[in-house]
Design a protein around this ligand. Structure first.
Ligand code: UFG
Length: 336
């Protein structure tokens, strides 16, 4: 297939591009580079051994988007692009709703005009309402606690409504748990702007000496060691999940799948794994709980196993080792 990846130079987009090309697909990456760099496409090309098509397109630019569909024979789209910082979304709700929703509607209209009706959408475990018990199942009720999360809930609904009205669409909603790690080459990885919000990018920068210490947001949760538990999934496993979903877009309708491992790890377990990866103790302090955090979030991965044949196989140590290799390369250090 020729696959258009919106947000194609972002963290998950770039790793999925590698997975798709290595499985024999062709990719067209588009991105506005608000939260990524154009040279990521060169790095993807370096890994796969040939150049990949990459264009600077903002999804809010309808004409630019339509030109992409006019110039490339796109078979399907994976829609990663979107603003994704929870705290920023609370401070700038209109920017989040405008950017994430308008961009998606523009994309769907451009796809309709071009006769492309196969879509994989980047959703999130954040769509599960906080009162659901773990592990999260796809049939649980949805809701959100911040504008970022609501944009995911709303886009899922827009896509369900679209499929109801136009049954020849084929849509996969993929709800990611906590993607971490990097390509094992260390050539691509997560590259957050400013001080990272998420645990593993933050720990990586402590390990690199760029930040002084890891803050553990609460150690009095009702979890085995008192710290927050999440379902961390290696970004290359997540990339595989996208390819499997894409390759099953041959039936009309909409399907929803969790992409997680099904296993939870605590903040302390993540820090311990990272210490093993980087080979030293990391300074750690306990800080107050972060507003809005849940004690424990992990997936029931059985539907994706049955429906997509998807199973995450990389463990926490491999995730941290690959994250650390990327961090060292990004800082210009020699590793291995
Ligand atoms: N944590 C720390 N210290 C930090 C950062 C995080 O202790 O510096 C803890 C959090 O309290 C939480 C765990 O590490 O227990 C994971 O936090 P992340 O910020 O890495 O991930 P979240 O689970 O909070 O966020 C993820 C996605 C969001 C999504 C959210 C809700 O990154 O996009 O899940 O599902 F909105």
């Amino acid at each position: 297939m020729v696959v258009l990846l919106t947000g194609g130079t972002g963290f998950i987009g770039s790793h999925t591009a590698v997975e798709l090309v290595q499985a024999g697909h062709e990719v067209v990456l588009i991105d506005n580079y608000v939260n990524s760099h154009p040279d990521v496409a060169d790095r993807v090309g370096h890994i796969v051994g040939r150049p990949v098509t990459s264009l600077q397109i903002d999804l809010l630019d309808r004409a630019g988007l339509e030109a992409v569909f006019a110039q490339h024979r796109i078979d399907g789209v994976i829609h990663f692009a979107g603003l994704k910082a929870v705290g920023e979304s609370v401070a700038r709700p209109l920017a989040y709703y405008h950017n994430n929703l308008t961009a998606t509607i523009n994309l769907l209209e451009a796809m309709t005009a071009a006769g492309v009706k196969k879509l994989v959408f980047s959703s999130s475990a954040t769509v599960y309402r906080a009162d659901n018990p773990v592990p999260y199942r796809e049939d649980y009720p949805v809701g959100a606690t911040n504008p970022y999360g609501w944009t995911k809930v709303m886009i899922e609904q827009i896509l369900r409504d679209l499929v109801a009205a136009e049954p020849d669409w084929s849509v996969m909603l993929l709800r990611y748990f906590n993607p971490i790690g990097a390509h094992p080459s260390g050539v691509i990885g997560e590259d957050p702007n400013g001080i990272p919000n998420n645990l593993v990018p933050f720990v990586a920068q402590v390990a690199a000496g760029r930040l002084p210490r890891v803050r553990v947001f609460g150690d009095d949760y009702d979890t085995p060691d008192g710290t927050g538990v999440r379902d961390y999934i290696h970004v290359m496993d997540l990339a595989l999940g996208h390819r499997l979903a894409l390759e099953r877009l041959d039936r009309p309708g909409v399907e929803t799948y969790n992409l997680g491992t099904g296993a939870g790890s605590s903040v302390r377990q993540v820090v311990a794994a990272y210490q093993r990866a980087c080979g030293r103790e990391l300074p750690t302090v306990v800080a107050p709980r972060r507003a809005g955090d849940l004690p424990s979030v992990y997936a029931d991965p059985s539907k994706a196993a049955a429906g997509l044949g998807f199973r995450a196989r990389r463990g926490l140590d491999e995730m941290c080792a690959d994250s650390w290799r990327w961090q060292c390369r990004a800082d210009g250090w020699t590793v291995d």
